[in-house]
Design a protein. Structure first.
Length: 930
């Protein structure tokens, strides 16, 4: 793995004045503390690398981290990250344990976001001496997937950092990295895009002069531009090949185009025999091949003269113990010209001299026909990758195994397994590559289950149901048990999302009868627990985790995954403190770099848990991170869930535009994919938004969208989905008391047998309001009194505040002002702490109706943003800036920036003053009686 190769002479750079000006502007913004990510796009050979080199050469006084993608190293996890770390130097990586772990190529089982977070810290370390940082990644389209995800995560987490990230890519090939890079560069205000076209005739004249080739006429330059389409690399090759006098004397059109590859091969043919051996070995070993390996593959004792010859021919140059081709097209021309037997022999030798993923790639390239020993090694590598949750890598290795296995049954099994892992990875590009192979397989239980899974991922649930049942019914051989178990498990998951948990439980039980694999059975039981809680059987769901300690010593991925699911069950049964403990622990494991299934579930539903617990600032910060992560990783299935949860706090705080934007993003994914479970969560957030705006008709319109989908026993289950109470509020506000009573009765019947304290308190509140509206004063008193008694066991301060607010409103309307002031004062304290501005405004209006002057609304945070509140809280509890940065996945620079704002807003000078300032400000302002 090597940084951007070639010591190209930047004096030969011509043209690109507009593009350089753009890059200077981006750099100026970054140096001012507004980090920028810039993508330079263009065809192969158009001059992207040259522009990068020139731009960096002009940006003096900064740290430069360099890397480049390499087609030969696509299967080397974190290869590009390793290059960046290597170019940073040892001192800058002090304390960055994850990045140092990656130097051991066998230890790459690390979550890409955690690696990205450490890249942010690395960039922060380099800024410590007040020098800005430039990160350069050439040929991003050939970047290994984990590195690409980590770099994107890091780029999006930069805040007040003086960092400029420059990447280059061939636009048509960037699709391999998924849609996240394209959507970020196209839609984030912190990013820029520069499209490179071919040289103009004037540029070609300047290039000829820079090369010392003599004057080139404008007419000849225009003919050369038309001949090469202005491709910079091709232009230079022709100028070096032909004399300018010859070009100037040529007729109006050049002869038939001489391909760039042909020009390269002319140079190769002119080399000495040792130099030809070295350049062909390098072509096999990669764009930036390890020098020692290349020399061994070429079987040279003294490569000195050969290296000089390659440099003189502008083919490759030695740098940093690597032999770097001057351009990827040069390497491709040499490689493609090798006859098949020579190419295989060189790959075979390289495979013998290397290890791990690099060796396997060479052995695959050397294979001629079947090779069962290689197939077995690839199969084993695939399983090992899957064991560390690197499912994309596992799928690729298994697909390669299928290409060299001799047994048809093995090949079919390997293709099916490759597709399953591709789907687990969420890599739609990889899935598309395998789909054709699946279609070509004969009918089998395995074929049906992967096609069913694919239909499931596309939201084609009816088709998935048919295929998964077909897989189950045709699994008649012992070797089919794994397929049958997978089919039943997918049915259980699908039925949960469709609001049919009772059927899901039955299919989960079937899955358990067909598999003895412990990891798979843990997965099935976890989803079975979710089906149980959705069916109203919370205690049984919790029993699934009876063997799991509240704070287990075992920190393995399997246990972490179980804690995610236990957190979900606890959340839905109203054990909010327990849910927060589980989600906080799993988030910490994720931050440490651990990879485990369903990590995004924990990172998403911690938003809901914090929201219900009244930790709305934490919820807002969690939401920002979860949304960023889902989009960085292209987890489109999570978009509906994560944006629905991200809308909760802004909807309740009166940040209408923010909430509406999240809901506009959530709805197409939840509804378009047909995920009714996610739809119910979007509808819940919609009802909260409309209720906050007192748009009660909007609430009922949203509810009707939910009711039209059916399966309301599960999709309206209290504790899981929260739209039912808001529906009752809407009917009450509109004076439609009969409809309110009907909806309230439905809500009460939907309660699980084991109860749900928060919902029971809410039902008491709604019963009290309904009784009051019907003129049944005694019944209203009784309902509110009973609800207030429940408050001590309810973990949701917002639900309690709404109870106090509703009771206060009732008492005001009945002229019982003294009693009303007590409840309204209590509600005001809670609503202020939450920052629930719409409800707080209603509370203050009612206070004034009692004759009390609410006074200035207490502001416990002096206008701090949610992120500033969380930073203040972390620092107040003794966290260092570096520790706080690690908690929030941001740089130390960002923490310093937030602290500056915190000090100014709180009127303090030291971090020691934060705790007393916040503690003193949190005291509620007194309510003055009239």
């Amino acid at each position: 793995m090597s940084a951007t190769g070639g010591e190209a002479d930047t004096r030969l750079f011509v043209g690109r004045a507009v593009e350089l000006d753009e890059l200077r502007c981006f750099a100026a913004e970054a140096w001012g503390g507004n980090p920028r990510l810039v993508m330079i796009e263009g065809d192969a050979g158009v001059g992207k690398s040259s522009l990068l080199r020139r731009a960096v050469a002009e940006l003096g006084g900064c740290h430069v981290l360099r890397a480049s993608g390499d087609e030969a190293e696509l299967m080397v996890p974190y290869g590009v990250v390793d290059q960046l770390v290597d170019s940073a130097g040892v001192a800058a990586t002090d304390g960055l344990d994850l990045l140092l772990r990656l130097r051991d190529a066998s230890d790459t089982a690390v979550a890409s976001s955690a690696v990205g977070a450490e890249l942010v810290r690395l960039f922060g370390n380099l800024q410590a001496n007040d020098r800005p940082v430039v990160v350069v990644v050439d040929d991003l389209h050939w970047c290994d997937s984990p590195s690409a995800q980590a770099l994107l995560f890091a780029s999006r987490r930069l805040q007040r950092d003086r960092v400029l990230v420059l990447v280059s890519a061939r636009q048509t090939e960037l699709v391999r990295l998924g849609g996240s890079w394209a959507s970020t560069v196209g839609g984030d205000h912190r990013t820029g895009r520069i499209r490179l076209d071919g040289f103009t005739a004037d540029d070609i004249v300047a290039l000829a002069t820079s090369l010392g080739m003599g004057p080139l006429t404008s007419a000849a330059a225009e003919r050369l531009r038309e001949h090469t389409d202005g491709n910079a690399l091709h232009c230079r090759a022709l100028l070096e090949e032909l004399d300018c006098d010859v070009l100037n004397r040529m007729p109006t059109e050049l002869p038939a185009p001489r391909a760039f590859a042909a020009l390269v091969l002319l140079r190769v043919a002119a080399l000495s025999e040792p130099a030809r051996r070295l350049v062909t070995a390098a072509a096999v070993c990669g764009l930036h091949s390890p020098l020692a390996l290349t020399i061994e593959v070429a079987d040279l004792e003294d490569p000195t003269e050969a290296l000089d010859a390659l440099a003189a021919a502008h083919l490759a140059r030695e740098s940093q113990r690597r032999l770097n081709f001057t351009h990827a097209l040069v390497r491709r021309a040499v490689y493609d010209d090798l006859n098949p037997s020579t190419r295989r022999d060189l790959h075979r030798r390289a495979g013998e001299l290397t290890s791990g993923a690099v060796s396997l790639e060479h052995r695959v390239a050397a294979a001629l026909g079947s090779d069962d020993a290689l197939a077995a090694d690839l199969d084993r590598a695939a399983v090992e990758a899957a064991d560390r949750y690197a499912f994309g890598e596992a799928a690729t290795w298994m697909l390669r195994a299928s290409e060299v296995a001799s047994d048809r049954g093995d090949r079919e099994r390997q293709v099916i397994q490759a597709m399953e892992w591709a789907m687990d990875s969420g890599d739609f590009t990889l899935m598309a590559a395998i789909t054709g192979l699946i279609d070509g397989l004969g009918p089998s239980s395995g074929r049906s289950v992967v096609l069913g899974n694919l239909a499931f991922l596309r939201g084609q649930f009816a088709e998935a149901d048919v295929l998964l049942r077909e897989s189950w019914n045709t699994a008649t051989e012992p070797t089919d048990n794994a397929y049958a178990a997978r089919a039943a498990s997918l049915q259980a998951t699908q039925l949960l999302l469709l609001g049919r948990p009772d059927e899901g439980i039955a299919w989960g039980d079937r899955a358990l009868t067909r598999s003895g694999d412990d990891r798979f059975r843990t997965h099935v039981r976890s989803f079975r627990a979710l089906n149980l809680v959705a069916a109203g059987r919370g205690p049984e769901a919790l029993d699934t985790f009876a063997d799991l300690a509240d704070e287990p010593n075992d920190l393995s991925p399997n246990v972490t995954q179980r804690r995610v699911f236990r957190g979900l069950v606890r959340l839905f049964v109203d054990d909010i403190p327990g849910a927060l403990r589980d989600f906080t622990a799993t988030r910490a494991r994720y931050r440490s770099g651990q990879k485990f299934n369903y990590d995004t579930h924990g990172l998403t539903f911690i938003i809901d848990a914090a929201y219900r617990a009244g930790a709305w600032n934490d919820a807002a910060v969690h939401a920002e991170f979860a949304v960023s992560l889902a989009h960085d990783a292209d987890h489109v299935w999570d978009f509906g869930f994560v944006h629905a949860h991200a809308a909760l706090v802004p909807a309740s705080r009166g940040d209408w535009e923010v909430a509406a934007a999240h809901l506009a993003e959530a709805w197409p994914w939840a509804d378009g994919l047909g995920i009714d479970f996610a739809v119910a969560m979007v509808i819940t957030a919609k009802t909260l938004l409309h209720a906050g705006q007192e748009d009660w008709g909007g609430v009922l319109t949203a509810v009707e969208q939910m009711r039209s989908r059916g399966h309301l026993d599960a999709l309206g289950r209290p504790g899981v989905h929260g739209w039912r109470p808001v529906e009752v509020d809407a009917y009450l506000a509109l004076g439609q008391l009969d409809e309110a009573e009907r909806a309230l009765d439905e809500l009460e019947r939907a309660l699980p047998p084991s109860g749900h304290p928060t919902t029971e308190l809410t039902i008491g509140r709604l019963r009290g309001v309904l009784a009051d509206r019907r003129g049944r004063g005694a019944a209203a008193d009784a309902a509110f009194t009973a609800a207030h008694r429940l408050a001590a066991s309810v973990p949701s301060p917002h639900a309690i505040a709404l109870l106090e607010l509703s009771d206060g409103r009732r008492l005001v309307e009945r002229g019982r002002h003294t009693e009303a002031r007590a409840w309204l004062s209590a509600a005001r304290t809670r609503l202020t702490e939450l920052g629930a501005r719409p409800d707080l405004a209603r509370c203050d209006s009612l206070m004034r109706a009692t004759g009390a002057a609410p006074g200035i609304a207490p502001n416990p945070t002096f206008g701090l943003t949610p992120t500033e509140i969380v930073v203040a809280g972390l620092v107040a509890t003794g966290r260092t800036n570096q520790q706080a940065a690690g908690e929030l996945f941001v740089s130390v620079k960002a923490i310093e920036y937030h602290l500056t704002n915190i000090y100014a807003k709180l009127g303090i000078r030291s971090r020691r003053d934060i705790h007393p300032a916040l503690h003193g400000a949190a005291e509620s302002a007194p309510v003055d009686s009239a």
